[in-house]
Design a protein around this ligand. Structure first.
Ligand SMILES: Nc1ncnc2c1ncn2[C@@H]1O[C@H](COP(=O)(O)OP(=O)(O)OP(=O)(O)O)[C@@H](O)[C@H]1O
Ligand SMILES: [Mg+2]
Length: 452
């Protein structure tokens, strides 16, 4: 057990998790005061154990009789974090039991039903609606955790997250804020804006190597090179099968759901013939379970057919190859020794076409490979497509660093929307108060308050 930990409840949590020691970034967070109500921005690599940092702080707040809110950008991630946090229910806090709940529904409920829980997992969007309803229990929240906080820089989802954090700072100044992300280049600026201390580190529990595939060969960042057998079907699928042959599961990212589904279909033959009898039986069982849920949509039927062959899209489980769109990337723990980026393009609905992903998004995709729960190392490979030079991809993405986060409230329609929503949801709010609210945004900080 870590020398840094003398706290009884936290010790109990770590042993409940079965961990023998804290990871170095977790030690750093403890030394920085995460257990003593310090506001902290943690920017440490993917898979470096940021969840436990938040969990320790949550436990301390709940121990003091306060509520904890854990915010994530995605429903899939909210349910994964809910599963992680449920371990708190196994702890005994002097006879009382911790209650953990999750709310991600899109419908606009007032949130009063959440009053009975101690730890509440929410999507950022759900938090936004709860703020509008001003649920009474919000006053008893001692800690807000904001996971994947780099999404502030996302054009679509950034403004809501930025306004939410601004409101937390302004309306709940006594609450602890713990913000987490693997990819914040301008961490000093973001920490300063959030009023947080910074915990920063390059430590990752498993090695992650990145590379680019072109014409049947891969060049990796550790200097290694290897050839991949071609089936003539798809280079991305070949890379995934190659990982599977080496005993590792693979995750393929594709630019659209349609392409993700089509790549999954292409992977079926290669995967199924490599499954042994036991794996085939497991796959058949998982497939039957999916159908038994009673949802008979085309998508579910297709998924069930694929799962029977050991392949899936957007689905966890006994799967050897999983395909997904980049929206799945943030924060999730999946058994992927190798991440294959089938295309560096992503469909952008505003633009009405495909755009190259940012280095930040790319690093998040890579970060799904080599999660310590499942694998001892990870690999990420970009497939170089027709007309794109592999060297350029290597230089830009593999050698590149995430872009600094910029406020997306700079977008005219975003600021108008949030201004109107502030006026509509806080009746009686006077002009100076609205000015004060917006003066607290990252936007005001980055673009000078005069323009707000
Ligand atoms: N102290 C520890 N000892 C052993 N394993 C640990 C420890 N802390 C965390 N882990 C393992 O590390 C995995 C990754 O942790 P976590 O999901 O918190 O990473 P993260 O830093 O949030 O990454 P990301 O930026 O991708 O969200 C966990 O699933 C858990 O299995
Ligand atoms: Mg995480």
């Amino acid at each position: 057990m870590s020398a840094a930990i003398t706290d009884g409840a936290v010790k109990a949590l770590i042993s409940q998790l079965g961990y023998s020691s804290l990871y170095p970034p977790q030690e750093m967070a403890v030394k920085s005061g995460i257990l003593e109500y310090e506001r902290i921005l943690v920017t440490t690599p993917t898979a470096s154990g940021k969840t436990l940092i938040a969990m320790m702080a949550i436990l301390k707040a709940v121990e003091k009789g306060m509520k904890a809110v854990y915010l994530t950008p995605l429903r899939a991630l909210a349910s994964e974090k809910y599963d992680d946090l449920k371990i708190l229910e196994k702890l005994d806090l002097g006879g009382s039991k911790i209650r953990v709940t999750v709310a991600t529904t899109d419908y606009d409920s007032s949130g009063n039903e959440l009053a009975g829980a101690d730890v509440i997992v929410l999507t950022n969007e759900k938090m936004d609606t709860l703020f509008r309803h001003n649920a009474e229990w919000l006053g008893n929240v001692g800690i807000f955790v904001s996971d994947e906080v780099h999404l502030i820089g996302d054009r679509e989802r950034g403004p809501t997250l930025e306004m939410m954090l601004t409101k937390i700072r302004r309306n709940y100044p006594q609450s602890q804020v713990v913000a987490l992300s693997a990819t914040v280049a301008n961490s000093d600026e973001i920490a300063d804006w959030l009023g947080c201390k910074l915990v920063e580190s390059d430590w990752r529990p498993t090695k992650l190597v990145e590379g680019v595939y072109e014409y049947g060969a891969v060049k990796m960042s550790d200097g290694s090179k290897f050839k991949v057998e071609s089936s003539g079907v798809s280079s991305a699928v070949d890379l995934a099968i190659d990982s599977f042959n080496g005993g590792g599961q693979a995750l393929i990212f594709a630019e659209t759901r349609k392409r993700a589904a089509s790549l999954a279909a292409k992977a079926v033959d290669g995967v199924y013939k490599r499954l042994d009898k036991a794996a085939r039986e497991l796959a058949a069982g998982a497939s039957a379970d999916i159908l038994a849920r009673g949802d008979d949509s085309e998508l579910t039927k297709t998924l069930a057919q694929l799962v029977a062959k050991g392949v899936a899209f957007h689905h966890k489980g006994i799967i050897k190859i999983l395909t997904a769109t980049p929206t799945l990337a943030a924060g999730v723990n999946l058994p992927a020794r190798r991440v294959v980026i089938a295309s560096i393009l992503r469909y952008d609905s505003d633009y009405g076409g495909s755009v190259p992903i940012s280095v930040l998004e790319y690093k998040q995709l890579c970060g799904r490979a080599g999660r310590p729960k499942y694998d001892a190392f990870g690999e990420a490979v970009i497939v170089s497509e027709r007309g794109v030079n592999a060297e350029e991809l290597y230089d830009h993405y593999v050698l590149g660093s995430p872009e600094p986060l910029r406020s997306q409230l700079s977008n005219d329609s975003a600021i108008r929307f949030h201004l109107l929503s502030a006026i509509a949801t806080m009746p009686g709010m006077k002009k100076p108060e609205i000015h004060d609210l917006f003066a607290g945004t990252l936007f005001a900080r980055q673009y000078r308050s005069a323009t707000v």
